[in-house]
Design a protein around this ligand. Structure first.
Ligand code: HEM
Length: 407
């Protein structure tokens, strides 16, 4: 076992992943944590798997930069994908980051989203009503992916009949962030940014002409800016709206899909949560920890530093492996176990520090309401066929999960 773990760690290459890895990356992550926690990859980048090393990187924005202008230029050239990703909040450093984040956080704070709960419950119940008319259903398409697209669509007040392309645009743009992308994935990503921008320009124009209520409508709020006169530029506004729509789609779909699939693998935990629905908050945190929907983050070292006894010069790229850190035994007792009542649970599924997920209150609310209402309605749901994985290393989730509701 130990020899095999060492082999896994030695042979790990983020650019050459195997089908076994995509099916279950955790043995490899464990091997890396134990044998090569600061792993130099063949392309010269480092891959970090220990919880404490991720914390160190997340908390030190001066040394570990999120600004992707240098890194993305060779990958995307002078393309719209380049413009989009380098204008997104998440891929910037202070002071640009601080100003944009303040505006976006204001629009997504727990107070700002508190009002969405009744609509969210109604949406989820209508999806459950539709599922109840079938014997078999598909967990992702019929449920998990239908929720975030509506929620963010509602937050930005995108008219219902204009929402259809949003999910495909989002998947194409985020797909282009995979460590290696083929030409057609690059083209799809670029086309998606082009179409998304064109669509948002018309939406923003309409909203400027007829503003909504800034208390409820995030787009109106972002257009109007803060009382102190802080505003996004036109380009920042469009790209950060795309980013918001993307950031909340696949990640939240995967939280709901991964969570409900994981419960089927731990029937005693499933029964416990059904018997004690008040555990939903800790259960959602455990789902986020156990199968983190966003598994990787990236930083560039901009001043020489040392991690795990390894010196890294400025210009070194590091990948922060959230999926591995969230199963680090130095932080989590019995890390490979799934416990719906786990406390404390300081997982890194939302990152931490200056870039910590701005939408986490929203994601937690969506996850808790979707999963608890699903379980209350269909306590006997079961897998009914092989779930199909998304085949991505960064965003971990399922494309489809056939299920039955009658036991
Ligand atoms: C389960 C669902 C979600 C997960 C796992 C997740 C995960 C993350 C992570 C790990 C980061 C930090 C990236 C970094 O430091 O490099 C992040 C940032 C961000 N997320 Fe989320 N996210 C989720 C849902 C959402 C939602 C619903 C929204 C909003 C609609 C959102 C908006 C953002 C924004 C704006 C940032 C950038 C924050 C910054 O750079 O200051 N996320 N998210």
């Amino acid at each position: 076992m130990n020899g095999h773990a060492r082999e896994l760690a030695d042979g790990f290459d983020l650019e050459k992943l195997t089908a076994d890895f995509y099916a279950n990356p955790y043995p490899t992550y464990r091997a890396l944590r134990e044998h090569a926690p600061v792993k130099r990859l063949p392309n010269g980048c480092y891959f970090l798997t220990r919880y404490d090393d991720l914390i160190a990187a997340y908390k030190n924005t001066k040394t570990f930069s999120s600004d992707k202008r240098k890194e993305f230029l060779p990958k995307y050239g002078n393309s719209l994908l380049y413009e989009h990703h380098t204008t997104s909040l998440v891929f910037n450093d202070p002071p640009a980051h601080t100003r944009v984040r303040r505006l976006i956080m204001g629009a997504l704070s727990p107070r700002a989203i508190a009002g969405i709960e009744p609509d969210l419950i109604a949406l989820i119940d209508s999806l459950l009503d539709r599922i109840a008319t079938k014997d078999r259903f598909e967990l992702i398409g019929d449920f998990a992916s239908a929720i975030p697209v509506e929620v963010i669509g509602n937050l930005l007040d995108v008219p219902h009949d204009e929402r259809e392309p949003l999910r495909d645009w989002s998947l194409a743009i985020l797909g282009a962030l995979e460590p290696v992308i083929a030409k057609d994935a690059f083209d799809r990503g670029n086309d998606a940014v082009k179409d998304f921008l064109a669509y948002l320009e018309t939406l923003v124009e309409r909203r400027r002409a007829k503003p909504g209520n800034p208390e409820r409508d995030v787009l109106t709020r972002l257009i109007q800016g803060e009382d102190n006169g802080e505003r996004l530029t036109a380009k920042e506004l469009l790209h950060n709206c795309i980013f918001l729509l993307n950031a909340g789609h696949e990640t939240t779909t995967n939280l709901i899909g991964n969570g409900l699939v994981t419960l089927t693998q731990y029937p005693e935990q499933q029964q416990r949560l059904i018997a004690q629905p008040e555990l939903i908050k800790t259960a959602v945190e455990e789902m986020l920890r156990y199968e983190s929907s966003n598994q990787l983050g990236n930083r560039m070292i901009v001043e020489e530093t040392e991690l795990g006894g390894i010196k890294m010069p400025a210009g070194t790229l590091v990948t922060l492996c959230i999926g591995a850190a969230n199963r680090d035994p130095a932080q989590f007792p019995n890390p490979e176990g799934f416990d719906v009542a786990r406390t404390p649970n300081r997982h890194l599924a939302f990152g931490t520090g200056a870039h910590q997920c701005a939408g986490m209150a929203l994601a937690r609310l969506e996850g808790a309401i979707a999963i608890s209402r699903f379980l209350a309605r269909f306590p006997n749901y079961a897998l009914d066929g092989e779930p199909v994985r998304g085949g991505r290393v960064r965003f971990r989730g399922f494309l489809s999960v056939p299920c039955s509701i009658s036991a």
